[in-house]
Design a protein around this ligand. Structure first.
Ligand code: 8YV
Length: 313
């Protein structure tokens, strides 16, 4: 068996991978499309991650590969239907990064409402003129209304934190109604949710089905005091429309961990004081990245042993 790991994973995960009895290769730099297509021809299994595009054309011919184990829950970079048609199983790492990502979404919400990024920049620039009763006033977090777009695992984890920890009311938009253990009202359109929520948090999977789901109309429907948080995928939000709304003051602020063309973050967005911008840190803790790596390897191990893989998408 020949296995390729496209990006070096945490040490403990790489050590386990090396002990699996397969021929293992890895790379610590991002591969291009041609390199990745070659992996499908030359390896039995590929462990890949965010940014590793596997488009339909790459599955042409008769690839040797039978497993693509994605390190990450989101797999919008892989054409899973084309993979399946080529006889390749795709797996992902659901569950283990739910809490970490919800924690980061809360951090972005708190920072955006309380102007924490702006304040930190002021102190670092040695530009704090001193305390006054009206300096840098933000918005109270407790008791506001949070609208969740995509009430899956991470959406629910954020809603629970916001409801139990901050007394927030929860609205949500989701294809199907969810059986939830906290009070939440489901709305029929993202525009309704945008109009009623104080904070909108995006937790949709990304890719063709959800591209610009939160588009110009939804952004226009937000309150002037509204805040948009996105820790899922950049393409779920119309980034151009969002930048215009932030620039004109049509909405209050945004807290973003993801962008439409990562790692490129538009200069207009970077220039805005009312945007909190992070570099895709949702699952970035050592424990979580180890858990994600081990979950990806559980799938590889099952595949090598001829057993059913535990996490097919
Ligand atoms: C990762 C993520 O940082 O799992 C996902 O879908 O977006 C993040 O947890 C990244 O995708 C690495 O795979």
């Amino acid at each position: 068996m020949k296995i390729f790991v496209t990006r070096r994973l945490p040490d403990s995960v790489m050590a386990r991978a090396r002990g699996m009895g397969a021929e293992l290769h890895d790379s610590d730099t991002a591969l291009n499309d041609t390199d990745r297509a070659a992996l499908l021809r030359d390896y039995d299994a590929v462990v890949c991650t965010l940014g590793d595009r596997f488009s339909a054309d790459m599955f042409a011919g008769d690839p040797r590969c039978r497993l693509i184990a994605n390190f990450g829950v989101g797999y919008n970079h892989i054409d899973a239907d084309a993979a399946q048609a080529a006889g390749i199983t795709v797996t992902n790492t659901p569950g283990v990064l739910t809490d970490a990502t919800a924690d980061l979404a809360m951090a972005l919400m708190l920072m955006a409402l309380r102007r924490a990024g702006e304040g930190e920049r002021m102190v670092r620039a040695d530009a704090w003129p001193g305390w006054t009763p009206t300096q840098m006033l933000g918005q109270t977090v407790t008791g506001r209304t949070l609208g969740i777009v995509g009430m899956g695992r991470i959406g629910q984890a954020m809603a629970r934190r916001a409801h139990h920890g901050f007394g927030m009311q929860i609205l949500y938009y989701n294809r199907s109604a969810k059986d939830l253990n906290f009070p939440a009202q489901r709305l029929d359109t993202v525009e309704d949710l945008a109009a009623q929520a104080d904070v909108v948090a995006i937790h949709a999977p990304g890719g063709a089905d959800t591209r610009h789901l939160f588009g110009a109309a939804a952004i226009a429907a937000m309150k002037p005091t509204g805040v948009l948080i996105n820790t899922s995928r950049g393409d779920v939000v119309d980034e151009g429309a969002l930048i215009e709304a932030l620039e004109s003051g049509a909405i209050y602020a945004a807290g973003l961990d993801v962008y439409e063309a990562e790692p490129a973050v538009p200069a207009r967005l970077r220039a805005l004081d009312n945007a909190v911008l992070l570099p895709h840190l949702g699952s970035a803790t050592l424990e979580v990245r180890e858990a994600m790596g081990n979950m990806a390897l559980d799938n590889v191990e099952a595949f090598v042993a001829g057993r059913q893989v535990p996490n097919p998408v």
